[in-house]
Design a protein around this ligand. Structure first.
Ligand code: 4AD
Ligand code: MG
Length: 434
């Protein structure tokens, strides 16, 4: 079967072409009708028929068209069109296809199953798939083993407030927030491992960068240092960015993404400490909203959030690691820096251009007494983490890893404000259909 983007070359002019696809746009004139046909790779080509031959066609009807390829500067999408001879109808679509040229974001989300046929969503989907391809290739090339940890779990990783509970036969279970604890179990026999799983967070606040279900790429390695972890993280991100920009340049141009700054990304990424970050924010008079809704200057001990990260990265051109957060604002598993008490051996990776956090990683607490203590401080019961604590009983080693949010990466690479547009079927507090 011939496809739109393959046939648009001078050597095909004058040749007979057959193409199958869907009526993407339809402009009926008295004599002639102009169809824009979309094929099954998202490519489009204009096709012209005498109007009386296609009066019955509607938007999204599926058809097979045969005709002669001609070059015509007036034809959209590259200056080629098919002068149609014969037309086979596969299915005539109902006339009320709800997606037109200008639609509210809500209507597009309500009809996401159909909005996925828009050019914008097609190009985003291609970029997303390329990002996943190069993520996998990076790990294959570097000899990390891909593993498939469970999604139904018994324990919280990233705090109880965002857990989705479910009934698991006769007991309570949760949807996984992160595969990290399982990856930690695997490094003792499989070495460096990675996984791509859905992670779930019952995020109750509506933000442009939180989903209830997201694609989580996580990696973990034994006998690693923080330096090792950050190096892998930055090499992975830079590899994905460069290869995606190269392979999907057409899609990025279509989406009007200026890729100059992406092409300039180099390792090592910049690094600042949490204390430097707070200092910078204070020097810019940055305010946070406290629990009572009042604004006050940011201070040491405040976690970074969407607003402070936007401020920190809005004029940055390359990604930035923020290291050395106070241990009490990080989860129980983060290892404390023995040389620097109170500081966690972890780092968040912030994307430039105001996008903020795309990954979190670091060293894991490998000492049995310390981890039990940290669990109690966080209100977790060590007895429900028996298997995880065992990992510190039998051959504990320094180890670390990270988790990267695929949607956050797409959001930055494509330059999309709302994370819902980086995923095919977004899940948020207010949306589970389609
Ligand atoms: O920073 P997070 O919560 O870290 C972890 O889950 C670690 N256990 C990962 C690890 O070390 N193996 O999540 C990691 C990344 C975030 O940086 C963000 O990119 C993404 O996952 N993420 C979300 N993406 C979309 N919607 C949400 N609600 C997200 N929560 C986290
Ligand atoms: Mg994080």
């Amino acid at each position: 079967m011939q496809r739109a983007n393959d046939i648009k070359t001078p050597i095909n002019v004058g040749k007979e072409i057959t193409i199958r696809g869907w009526v993407h746009r339809l402009r009926k004139q008295k004599e002639k009708t102009f169809l824009l046909i979309r094929d099954d790779r998202g490519g489009v080509i204009q096709c012209v028929f005498p109007t009386q031959q296609v009066v019955h066609l509607t938007i999204e009807s599926s058809i097979e068209v045969t005709g002669i390829l001609t070059a015509d500067d007036r034809a959209p999408e590259g200056g080629y069109e098919i002068r149609g001879n014969s037309l086979k109808v596969i299915n005539i679509a109902d006339a009320d296809f709800p997606i037109g040229e200008y639609q509210s974001a809500e209507l597009l989300l309500d009809n996401r199953h159909l909005a996925l046929r828009t050019r914008r969503m097609i190009e985003i989907a291609k970029i997303r798939s390329t990002i996943l391809k190069f993520a996998r290739l990076f790990f294959i090339e570097n000899d990390w083993m891909e593993v498939t940890p469970p999604i139904i779990v018994k324990g919280a990783v990233e705090g109880g407030s965002t857990l989705f509970k479910l009934r698991y036969f006769n007991e309570e279970a949760y949807l996984s927030q992160s595969a990290q604890l399982y990856l930690e179990a695997l490094i003792f026999s499989l070495g460096p491992v990675w996984s791509l799983t859905p992670s779930f967070r019952a995020e109750k606040s509506r933000t442009v960068r939180h989903l209830a279900e997201f694609s989580h790429l996580e990696a973990e390695a034994p006998l690693a240092s923080l330096e090792d972890v950050l190096r892998v993280e930055e090499r992975l991100v830079s590899y994905i960015v460069h290869n995606t920009v190269r392979e999907r340049s057409d899609s990025l141009i279509f989406l009007k993404r200026d890729v100059t700054s992406l092409k300039d990304i180099e390792v090592p990424f910049d690094r600042i400490s949490y204390y430097e970050a707070i200092d910078t924010l204070q020097s810019r008079d940055f305010k946070v909203v406290d629990a009572n809704g009042d604004k006050r200057p940011i201070r040491i001990g405040d976690d970074l959030n969407i607003d402070s990260e936007r401020e920190l990265t809005k004029s940055a051109l390359t990604p930035l690691f923020v290291t050395g957060y106070p241990i009490q604002i990080k989860p129980f598993y983060v290892k404390e820096d023995v040389q620097n008490k109170g500081i966690g051996l972890s780092a968040d990776l912030l994307a430039p251009g105001g996008f903020g956090e795309i990954a979190s990683g670091g060293m894991r607490e490998d000492d049995i007494l310390s981890i039990k203590k940290r669990m109690k401080i966080e209100g977790l019961d060590p007895s429900s983490y028996g298997w995880y604590i065992d990992l510190r009983r039998f051959g504990s080693v320094p180890h670390g890893g990270f988790g990267l949010g695929i949607e956050r990466l797409v959001r930055w690479l494509v330059d999309i404000e709302d994370i819902k547009d980086t995923v095919l079927f977004p899940r948020t507090m207010s949306r589970i259909i389609p």
